[in-house]
Structure formats: C-alpha cells, structure tokens
Design a binder for this molecule. Structure first.
Ligand SMILES: *Cc1c(COP(=O)(O)O)cnc(C)c1O
Length: 387
C-alpha cells in the first residue's frame, strides 16, 4: 500500500502501541476506583496530560481529554455559548471541518446567528473582515489553525490578538496543525484549542481540549466526575496513554517536518511539471509541510481516486457523496474554485512513514492514468454537478 492520506488518519506508531499495551493487559483498572488497581493508571493519565500540555506549551491542568477531535470542537463552542445567554452570535469560517460546520448549522436552526467567514482565492482569511464582523453579542470566534484539505495555515496569533482586544472567546481547531507546525498557546493566546490523537500517530477515538486557565467552561457530557468534573465518562486510558506518547514523539522530533516538506515539494513539482493542465489549490507558502491539493483539469476526481486505489495508492477527494451524486468540496467552493474543477481535485497528504518510494510510484503511474481518464472523460457539459 502507498498511503498518501495522512490528513485522513495516521498509522499508530509502534512506540505508541507499545506504550498502550500494558494498559490493556496489566493495568486495566478504573482510574476513579479507590483501590490499588487504579494507581499506575492514574499516574499514566497524569504523564500523558503533561506530554500533551508540553506539545502546545500549556499546563497539564489545562488539558481535558475527550472522545475525539469532533467532541473537542463541539465542547469549546458549547462552552462559549453557555457563558452568556445574551450572546447568540458565533463566527467561524466557511472552510472548517464538518465538526464545526454542522454544529454551526444546528445552532442556526436553534435561534443562533452564525457567520461563516469567507476565504480568499488562495484559501486565506481576511483579518480586517474578521475584525469588522465581531459584534457586542459575539460569543466566540472559532477558526482552524490549518485546513485539512488544502493545508492552508491561518494567522492564529493575529486572530487571537484581535479576539483578546475585543474580549471575545477564541477557539482554534489545531487538529491538522499538531505535530506539523509549532503550536504555542503562550505566543498565540487562544482560549480553547482542539487536538485529535489519530492525526498524530495515536489511535482513533481520543481527543483533547485545551482550556486556558480561568476560561469559563461548561461540560458537554454529564455524569461522573472524571477530568476534574469537566468531561464525564470513564477515561479511554490506553488511548490517552498512546496519545501522550505520540505527543511526546511529536515534541521531540522537530526535524521531521522539514523532511516531509522536501518530499511533498518533490511530489507536487513532479505532478505539476509532468502532467499538463494541473494546478495547486491553496497558497504555496503559508501551508502545512505535508499537504498537496491538486486539480487535474478534465478528470473526474472520483474516477482518478478509484484508479489509484487499484494500484494500491491511497489519496483523498474532498467531495462528499450525498444520495448518490457527488458534492464538490465545500473548502474549494468557498475559495471560488468552480464546481467542475473542485470535482477534479485530489488531496495527497504525506506522513512520517511516507517514503521516496511512495512518491516515485505515484509519479510513475499518475501521468498515464490521467491521460487515459482524459481520453474517456465525458464532455464537460454532461458532468452532473450538484452545488
Ligand atoms: C480529523 C479532523 C477533525 C475530527 O477529529 P476526529 O477525532 O476524527 O473527530 C476535526 N478537525 C480537523 C481539522 C480534522 O482534520
């Protein structure tokens, strides 16, 4: 398998699995119990909290473990909305992960006012526009650190400063940025920050939310007193331990991003220079080091994805299949990319285990598949497009 979909999920690192196993076989106690079985478990939870806090330069008490990144995002927004019932305005962007978009749509149908900040053609946001959109009744601004489809990075430090000056709570979904760029909640003064383990070589089903000390917080789940009363439900102990180990590895390995970027650039330049009528979606420089989103004019992205899959290559299209017809990526549409071009775009995302060989294999097969598909593609007018 040639896995080029690391923004979708990552492989569990062997070191992470090794750290987790004792918490299934030996130390399987409930950390909330009163007897001895809980002691090593409690200690391990604490260590994981320390490692995750270190990754973003926070304090361990500021980390709340959740069931996934989606829950972290939902919890942060929920918290801000509970703070003041009179504030019913939320600002987020048009290119967020569905975890934010769908929650925003839910809130809209329940009496809230939600502004989806538009983006420029290169995927960037307009800081001045954001500043003007903040109102006295704005409860929260929630803007991702890095976009999962294009890799475009947002100026989180500046956004945080604006929110601070306007006294509006600020949340950032840093799920794609973690482990790829430096995250520092002291220099970018955010109030809430979301992380997800399965994007940094730990298992699925475990997330974390950073909540700055002194920031109002409202539980999203009600029940037991776990996480200092902030998140009910018995902890996913092994998952948390794995997450902690992965955060530690991400923190210690600073050279990796540079290597990934070199490989990504080789892949991207290889595609753009060897295959005619291809172009990059999203700006070139303010971008994650591992992500490349490419439009293949005149090719159906889904067809290309299937052909690549047959060769063992895993990539991704941002399009969603709803009731049998394809919906182009909301991220690309928000950037003003025409629907047809959005449907001809694929995302390639590299990771720690991506090799020169993976990229060579892709570059060897892609030109031929693309020209074949162009030969067979239906006339552009006949492509059924749903917007
Ligand atoms: C993967 C992802 C999420 C969702 O995280 P889960 O742990 O899968 O719920 C949210 N935001 C971004 C940017 C992501 O890439």
């Amino acid at each position: 398998m040639y896995y080029l979909d690391n923004n979708g999920t990552t492989q569990v690192a062997p070191e992470v699995l090794e750290a987790m196993l004792p918490f299934y076989t030996q130390h399987w106690g409930n950390p909330s119990s009163a007897h001895r079985s809980c002691r090593p478990v409690k200690e391990a939870l604490h260590q994981a909290r320390v490692s995750i806090a270190s990754l973003i330069n926070a304090q361990p008490e500021e980390i709340v473990f959740t069931g996934c990144g989606t829950e972290s995002n939902n919890t942060a927004i929920h918290s801000a909305l509970c703070r003041d019932a009179g504030k019913k305005h939320l600002i987020t962007t048009a290119v967020e992960h569905s975890a934010n978009l769908k929650y925003g749509q839910f809130l809209q149908s329940h009496g809230y006012d939600v502004t989806f900040l538009p983006v420029e053609e290169d995927g960037s946001i307009d800081i001045c526009m954001l500043q003007d959109l903040i109102r006295p009744d704005t409860a929260m601004v929630s803007i991702m650190w890095a976009n999962n489809e294009t890799g475009v990075l947002f100026p989180i430090e500046e956004v945080a400063a604006i929110c601070r000056s306007k006294e509006v709570a600020f949340h950032t979904d840093a799920i794609q940025a973690a482990g790829k760029v430096t995250l520092d909640v002291q220099s970018a003064e955010v109030d809430y920050l979301s992380l997800s383990a399965h994007k940094i070589y730990a298992p699925k089903g475990i997330g974390a939310l950073y909540v700055k000390k002194g920031t109002p917080y409202s539980s999203y789940l009600f029940g037991g007193g776990q996480e200092s009363g902030r998140r009910a439900g018995t902890e996913n102990v092994a998952g948390i331990v794995g997450f902690g180990r992965a955060a530690q590895m991400a923190f210690e390995d600073t050279a990796r991003s540079q290597q990934t970027e070199t490989l990504r650039n080789r892949m991207e330049n290889g595609i753009l220079s060897n295959i005619p009528q291809t172009s990059r979606n999203g700006c070139k420089s303010q971008r994650l080091p591992n992500t490349s989103n490419i439009a293949f004019d005149g090719v159906e992205g889904e067809a290309l994805l299937l052909r690549l899959d047959r060769l063992g290559i895993c990539a991704s299209s941002g399009s969603a299949c709803t009731t049998g017809s394809l919906k182009p990526s909301h991220v690309l549409l928000a950037m003003g990319v025409p629907a047809r071009r959005a449907l001809s775009s694929l995302r390639f995302s590299l990771g720690h285990y991506s090799s020169e060989e993976d990229v060579d294999y892709l570059l060897k097969h892609l030109p031929e598949i693309v020209s074949e598909l162009r030969g067979q593609s239906p006339k552009p007018q006949s492509l059924e497009v749903v917007t």
